[in-house]
Design a protein around this ligand. Structure first.
Ligand code: CO
Length: 645
């Protein structure tokens, strides 16, 4: 195991796509303070790498140095105004503009302030007392954006937050077992005042505990040790954040808003470096809840856009989160007050045995089998009750996979015993877990077979491929024949698509300018996995705010300022921003530098077995070469040293 520190490298040696280091963040924040751009009125909402253009990146490859810069989003607490400052890591301000109408995401200091204000509020204390809870310090509150219609009397443009509550009868008790339903404070984030206390229903606090810590459960089901040993070391190398493994080359990135990012993916095809992707990230994660009961109907959180998912990145533990020979990378994030916080062991890179890569037993008895291995780059975040693992896998057959691992504790509410509660599962008497969906949106800036075109952005085209059968007749004499139909998605309007398992639908991103050995354009296909479709009505508040959910695929021409599918500032946004807004222009997307947006996720109908901590649930997608290579790249993989015969 080794840890690579995010050092204070301010020199141009840092790769232009490296995450902002602790030293860089400290330097640029100090610069903004010195110049009065940040003063005591400001909180830092997010600091992101101001990524170089593809042309700049191409010049960097030719040896030119690139001045690294950041985009700093500031909240002016005195006015509620949001501004974005582009500043070099040495503190030179490049631009500074106010974002009209934008509302900042929830900042950790504001959450703490809101919870403290709610706990001091006499109405809250009295309402708790009437429920038999006399010590407010035994109450756990979370801060949630109002993800639905804001109460009319508060809907005057102010930025507010509400606080679901749970009781924690003993210090280590799983408080999600004890929801205090019907009681919430609503706090004005700018004034810091409790502006409303909702105390609508007296429902008994469920009392069945939900222990899950080993110290509480005595969990003892154990297996014999399984050790992963790599006596000759790992097969990958990491230089800064640049990774080489097998025939893959890419850069690991990190964003305070999106978390883990993969940049600049290339594959060494028999000595020719071929580009596949420029940037891949999960640009939004929204969780619409489907329970209409008081409080629960508001639980529609944008974990990326409203919380800044990267802020909540875990420090990983060797042998637990990742197994084997691990290389960890640390990351750094700016706190609202401008202190830079390092997260140790934030990103894990390791290799995993992945069963057989391919096999054939010939008629003469000859056996050819190759073990497969994959390179895994992962990180895990904890946002309130839930954990999300983001796992990127690189395979020896040229494919890439993304998998989100969902775990943690399901959100809970209380209701009367024996009631009919149509949109939730009863976990324990009176304890319910509301139905909800986890909907992720990957932003895939692929550059299929870029080569020399890289600087201008590689020109790709997206094709929808369906399988179909002709009616029985001359084109289908025996009834078993089927074909594929390919439809080029020419404009944004045609490229709003949904999955169709009845047609075995997939999408191919091709480079019309690069032909393979049989004269077809080279390409990769996007293969959706297990997914879902939103149940929230499109005209609902959450339906409007997360309009991107209603298509599994969107394709847009690449624009540096089109990064987030629900818009840059989803907090209390009335809706319509992001993909629905941009694609209304119906821009041309054929044979241009395109971005694919893939929406996927799960519909979570909680099970009794999801309690007290849910076992990992997975959702994701594959990118597989489709005529990109002339044959299976796995053929070049040597057999395991000890012949498997
Ligand atoms: Co869930």
């Amino acid at each position: 195991m080794s840890a690579v520190a995010a050092g204070a490298d301010l020199s141009s040696r840092a790769h232009p796509l490296d995450p902002l280091s602790k030293g860089e963040l400290e330097s640029l924040i100090a610069g903004l303070r010195d110049q009065g751009v940040i003063d005591q009125r400001h909180l830092i909402a997010v600091v992101q790498l101001e990524e170089p253009s593809k042309a700049t990146l191409a010049r960097f490859r030719l040896g030119e140095s690139v001045e690294r810069a950041a985009r700093v989003t500031l909240l002016d607490r005195s006015s509620g105004e949001v501004s974005e400052v582009v500043v070099t890591v040495s503190g030179r301000v490049v631009s500074n503009r106010i974002i009209a109408g934008a509302k900042a995401p929830i900042l950790s200091t504001e959450s703490e302030m809101a919870i403290a204000a709610a706990k001091r509020d006499a109405r809250v204390i009295e309402a708790l007392r009437s429920r038999g809870i006399t010590d407010v310090e035994t109450v756990r509150m979370e801060t949630w954006p109002i993800g639905a219609q804001i109460p009319k009397y508060l809907d005057d443009g102010r930025r507010i937050i509400w606080t679901p509550m749970w009781h924690q009868p003993t210090p280590a008790a799983n408080f999600y077992a004890h929801p205090i339903s019907g009681l919430h404070a609503i706090v004005d984030l700018d004034s810091g005042e409790v502006v409303a206390v909702e105390n609508e229903q007296q429902i008994a606090v469920p009392q069945t505990p939900g222990p899950y810590r080993q110290s509480q459960t005595g969990a003892g089901v154990a297996l014999k040790p399984l050790e992963i040993k790599q006596p000759a070391g790992v097969s990958f190398s990491i230089d800064g954040h640049s990774v080489k493994w097998e025939r893959w080359n890419f850069n690991i990135g990190f964003c305070q808003r999106e978390g883990l990012v993969i940049h600049d993916v290339w594959f060494d095809d028999a000595g020719e470096m071929r580009k596949i992707a420029h940037r891949m990230s999960i640009a939004e994660l929204v969780i619409p809840y489907g329970d209409p009961s008081q409080g629960a109907y508001r639980k529609n959180a944008f974990d990326t856009g409203e919380f800044g998912l990267g802020n909540y990145t875990n420090s990983l533990t060797l042998g637990c989160d990742c197994l084997g020979e691990i290389v960890y990378l640390d990351v750094a994030v700016a706190t609202p007050n401008g202190i830079v916080r390092e997260i140790k062991n934030a990103i894990c890179t390791h290799e995993e045995d992945f069963g057989i890569l391919w096999k054939h037993v010939d008629v003469d008895g000859n056996v050819e089998v190759r073990r497969g291995r994959r390179l895994v780059v992962s990180s895990i975040v904890t946002i309130n009750n839930y954990e999300y693992g983001y796992f990127w896998y690189f395979y020896q057959d040229g494919s890439i996979e993304f998998e989100a691992k969902l775990t943690g504790i399901v959100l809970t509410l209380a209701d009367h015993l024996g009631t009919e509660h149509g949109s939730a599962t009863e976990l324990e008497p009176g304890l319910w877990a509301p139905y909800h969906q986890h909907i992720l949106c990957a932003r895939l800036d692929l550059d299929i077979d870029g080569g020399a075109d890289e600087a201008a952005g590689v020109r790709n085209t997206v094709v929808e491929v369906d399988s179909f059968a002709h009616e029985m007749g001359p084109k289908n004499v025996y009834g078993g024949a089927y074909e594929t139909s390919e439809k080029v998605l020419r404009r944004e309007g045609e490229a709003r698509r949904v999955v169709d398992p009845f047609k075995s639908r997939f999408w191919k991103i091709i480079n019309p300018g690069r032909k393979n050995h049989i004269g077809k354009p080279v390409g990769y296909k996007l293969l959706s996995g297990h997914t879902t479709y939103p149940l929230a009505k499109p005209e609902s508040r959450i339906g409007r705010r997360a309009g991107f959910m209603y298509h599994h695929l969107w394709v847009t021409p690449n624009r540096a300022d089109e990064r987030y599918p629900a818009g840059d500032y989803p907090y209390q946004h009335p809706g319509g921003a992001g993909l629905p807004e941009w694609t209304r222009a119906d821009r041309e997307i054929e044979n241009t530098d395109v971005v694919l947006w893939h929406v996927f996720g799960t519909n979570h109908i909680p099970r009794a077995e999801d309690w007290p901590v849910m076992p990992v649930e997975r959702t994701g997608f594959h990118l597989k070469p489709s005529g990109f290579f002339s044959r299976n790249p796995g053929i070049d993989v040597a057999p395991a040293p000890k012949a498997c015969h």
